[in-house]
Write a protein that binds this ligand. Structure first.
Ligand SMILES: [Zn+2]
Length: 335
């Protein structure tokens, strides 16, 4: 009788629905619609339209959008900037941030629609929101659409760039939320039809290692190359604030900052590759963070109680894990 009941209970438990997969068809549709808006530089009516598009998509997913708006004096003008943040609660309050910029660089002498440089990252984050909104995540997920990544002047100099990320990090330091950001994954220019993503020497090594190992495991190392370069982008303010961060960017792009950065230069396949690698990496990133937090906890108690050595703390960690395993077993038995 007990066995029958047990079997019944086990069978009656519905299996967790599989997490939806990244759908490059959907991401491509967003990219196309963003490009159709036309040039979308910070402070323009077109970028306001872009925000409206992003907010409409989030509305459709039932996700709330928080606006972080401010005015900024740039070398050429004073502009109104807005970061958009979407939070998907997880088991812990600490966050993993996925970020990308949605502005396009200002060019007055030609029509720049930024299919890879601006549209690909925004389209990617919209599709990521759809995939992650129903996922049972151990960490809270934040999708961060950054304004003002591009320099207002033709050249990238000084503080005339990364306006959105610098503002976000300053505000997070001010309100104390910076400590809750455990990892930041930045995507930028990921639409290139001929996708070549190199490791970035400025990025946090453990995060980079996880992502590149995932790409290799998925047979996608033709796109995630082993050689490295050094990139200045929206991840730098986060790194300076001590947040582990990685930039996934293909700057090896002939159409970069030219009129040719249009739909012909990008592909849905490239968005799929990055979607598969980023989502495939997430469990390992979460596992790494959980392990780090456990180590920090054990280290804290050990130091408090004994002023202990590294060896002692390792022993305590093993004991801690055994205890957890045992209590998990006894919990199962008692059920
Ligand atoms: Zn750019």
């Amino acid at each position: 009788m007990i066995a029958t009941l047990l079997a019944f209970t086990l069978h009656a438990q519905p299996a967790a629905p599989p997490a939806p997969k990244f759908d490059a068809g959907k991401a491509w549709d967003h990219l196309r619609q963003l490009v159709a808006i036309g040039p979308r530089p910070s402070g323009s009516a077109a970028i306001e339209q872009t925000r409206k598009y992003i907010k409409n998509q989030m509305d459709a997913f039932g996700l709330a959008v928080t606006e972080q708006a401010w005015d900024e004096q740039t070398p050429i003008d004073k502009i109104h900037l807005v970061n958009l943040s979407v939070v998907i609660p997880g088991a812990r309050k600490e966050r993993i941030v996925f970020a990308g910029h949605y502005d396009t660089k200002l060019f007055r002498d030609f029509r720049f629609v930024g299919a890879s440089d601006g549209a690909s990252s925004a389209a990617f984050l919209i599709e990521l929101a759809r995939v992650l909104k129903t996922r049972k995540s151990p960490y809270t997920i934040e999708l961060l659409f950054l304004d003002g990544e591009e320099a207002r002047l033709p050249e990238w100099n000084g503080t005339d760039n990364t306006y959105g990320s610098r503002h976000y990090v300053e505000a997070a330091k001010h309100d104390g939320s910076i400590g809750s950001l455990k990892a930041m994954i930045l995507v930028d220019m990921i639409g290139d039809r001929d996708l070549d993503i190199r490791r970035d020497a400025n990025s946090t090594p453990w995060l980079t290692d996880i992502i590149w190992a995932t790409a290799k495991h998925q047979d996608l190392d033709d796109y995630f190359l082993a050689d490295s370069t050094r990139i200045e982008d929206d991840h730098l303010p986060f790194l300076s604030a001590g947040v582990p961060s990685v930039d996934i960017i293909d700057l090896d792009y002939d159409a970069w900052h030219t009129a040719k950065d249009n739909l012909d230069a990008v592909s849905a396949r490239s968005l799929q590759v990055v979607g598969d690698v980023v989502l495939g990496s997430l469990p390992a990133i979460e596992a790494h963070l959980i392990k780090q937090s456990q180590l920090a906890l054990v280290r804290k108690t050990t130091l408090k109680r004994r002023g202990g050595s590294r060896k002692e703390y390792t022993i305590r960690l093993i004991a801690h894990r055994r205890h957890k395993k045992l209590s998990a077993v006894s919990h199962q038995l008692s059920n």
